[in-house]
Design a protein around this ligand. Sequence first.
Ligand SMILES: [Zn+2]
Length: 437
Amino acid sequence: MSLRIRNATLLNPTPSGLKEQPETSLRIKEDRIEEIGTRLPEADHDLNANGSLLPPGFVNAHGHAPMTLLRGYAEDLPLRTWLKQRIWPTEAHLKPDHVAAGARLAILEMLANGITAFADMYLFPEETAKAAIDANIRCLIGANIVDATTPEGPPDQALKRAETFLKEHPPREDGLVSGSLAPHSAYACKPETLEACSRLAKEHGAQLQVHAHETRREVYSVKERTGKRPLELLDDQGCLVENTLVAHGGWVTKQEAKRIGETGACLVHCPTANMKLATGGYAPVPEVLEHGGRVLIGTDGPASNNTIDLLLEARQAALVQKQHRWDATLLPADRLLRMMTRDAAEALGFPGSGRVEEGAVADLAVVSRESPGMVPMHDAPSGLVYAATGRDVIATVVGGRLVYVEGSWRTMDAGAVMEDAVAKADDLVGAADSSVD
Ligand SMILES: [Zn+2]
């Protein structure tokens, strides 16, 4: 199978800067970019990009895809109330078919927004894995670990279930789904559970995903309970290691930012969810970068965002950091583009993708420049990060396969996915409401 995309402005983020190639075409064979040039041979499929921008596909580095079912369900509440009174009581009624329906809806949205890979942590991860494989999107899926009974079962079986999941979905650089371990946080997991997660992850060569330092209260309550701040505890239990995805980090000191950099862990900045839940802190993005760490961008779950649009999220990340530090030069658009593509693909364990180069895995987004808000375009990365949204994406390619083009999904029945998600959302919320009555 081959695909040719003609007449695009290729945007390739490299460690030494962004490489732009206007009026260029590329030819994909199987899952790889075979050739880049101006006159390329015909292919089985042909797409005229009409001058569109062509960056690598966007990588959403933190989220809870099945929470699409709770989009708009618990609004304008502080995090603790939001979780304890609305989200957790509703999630207690989750069944695998809710998770499957929510994950499919999230994937439908992600593909339309040019997202070609995502990191996820949620209950019944095998349902999200199946949805991803069926739809042909790449993901790092974390088996959820908490020290509490969940719809998946009692806490003493959580690690066993996680191990089964890791055996079914071993981490693979060239695969669609890589299994990982997701101890929820230092406040939802005991120190011995965190240590067991670290051991299991090492044994299976799997990555860790965790929430940390999202609120000030979390930091102090963990310190009170264990004598250590959450990141210190995660570090001591062996969870702060290379490529651990640390979501949020709003209440991180300069010293802790340095430690993130030293360990090779990644800070996943989720500005919209932080602002919506008014968590108050600001992720120390410049400090982590200064110490050689990676910073990635995540939307978090759709119940606290409420969209899964990485272009919007990158714009928020830039604006929040600039405003907070009184420094308009922070996080320029080309740096953000690298964070949300190449850096994130490498961090999630998919180093073959995240690039627009010959030989790279073809995970790509095609972003139109034809809407009024996209002209004139004096600077392509700024057009992408500050002006475009997911609605400007006209095509998405994952592993060389055209999965979305101009309002039509090639691997999913959009109407059926949305109808099923609405029905399952009603069922889930109805079950939660009737248990309160
Ligand atoms: Zn989260």
